[in-house]
Design a protein around this ligand. Structure first.
Ligand SMILES: Cc1cc2nc3c(=O)[nH]c(=O)nc-3n(C[C@H](O)[C@H](O)[C@H](O)COP(=O)(O)O)c2cc1C
Length: 274
């Protein structure tokens, strides 16, 4: 059974779908031919939808995706290079939040956008835990501190190198460095045996971070938090992670209390040009 349908009335036989298919499983043997799937199509297709997305005439459909299912790319919404530069370089890790919850519909939208990230073999391996309750975020941050106290006791040098002592001292003084008092935390996790879980989840969280910024939210990676999820079983259990999954990133989200005015300078690219 073929998974491709080509509307021959619409197809202009330009071969773009053939050229763009990442796994080369669409072919046209001559210019008079129409795109057809190779015999291994069903086994090899990544389900990336590029063939449908790229066709200028909307002639090609897959059994799970037709041009009508896809949002069009609106020319008037394409960002200018100046807008992109300010937006990308002006994003900041936000660590001071208003005491205001983000509505669930907005948190859902963040996840939707995150799921548009690239992923190796289009596996989209990410799963999410969204901690919605600010009190629960605080409780989980306390569990990270419990874990840190354990490490400080068992391997004081390692704990010092990783900044755990400072984090614990801050906590005891009433300053929460783990989730920074954010109202929500989002954890990305994936099957530990998938070789690109780290890269895929990081990219998804990065889109989430950028989109959050674009809608006036603030976000900050929770490095301590997700490392603790993988190292401290009570925390992983509290989040309900499956036993064969690892957390590959966590991000705090909320409304920023303050507005940044300037873009700080970063290191110049350390590139070798060959
Ligand atoms: C993997 C990773 C882990 C991080 N962990 C934390 C963290 O636990 N707490 C925190 O406040 N910031 C954390 N950050 C934010 C960095 O400190 C921040 O990106 C860096 O200082 C640069 O600032 P900017 O993001 O505003 O450019 C983390 C960032 C990354 C990429």
């Amino acid at each position: 059974m073929s998974f491709i349908t080509v509307d021959q009335e619409k197809c202009n036989q330009d071969g773009i779908c053939v050229a763009e298919c990442p796994t080369h499983i669409i072919r046209m043997d001559s210019k008079e031919d129409y795109p057809t799937p190779t015999p291994d199509f069903n086994d090899v297709c990544l389900k990336c939808g590029h063939c449908v997305a790229v066709c200028p005439t909307g002639a090609l459909s897959l059994d799970w995706l037709s041009p009508k299912d896809c949002n069009s790319i609106k020319q008037e919404l394409i960002v200018t290079p100046e807008q992109a530069e300010q937006f990308l370089c002006g994003r900041r890790s936000i660590r001071v939040f208003k005491e205001k919850r983000v509505p669930r519909t907005i948190l859902e939208k963040l996840l939707e956008i995150a799921c548009c990230a690239p992923s190796a073999k289009n596996q989209q391996p990410w799963h999410w835990v969204v901690v919605q309750e600010p009190a629960e975020v605080r409780r989980l941050a306390g569990m990270v501190i419990d874990w840190m106290r354990m490490i400080i006791q068992n391997s004081p040098e390692a704990a010092e190198a990783m900044g755990f002592t400072r984090a614990v001292v801050s906590w005891d003084e009433g300053y929460e460095r783990i989730c920074r008092g954010a109202p929500h935390v989002i954890v990305a996790h994936a099957d530990k045996d998938w070789g690109f879980g780290s890269e895929d989840c990081t990219l998804a969280l990065s889109l989430l971070d950028l989109y959050a910024t674009s809608i006036g939210l603030g976000a900050c990676w929770g490095g301590y938090f997700y490392k603790a999820v993988n190292a401290y079983a009570p925390l992983s259990k509290a989040l309900g992670l499956p036993s064969d999954h690892l957390a590959f990133g966590a991000i705090m989200v909320g409304y920023p209390k303050f507005k940044y005015q300037r873009i700080p300078i970063r290191n110049r690219p350390r590139a070798t040009w060959k």
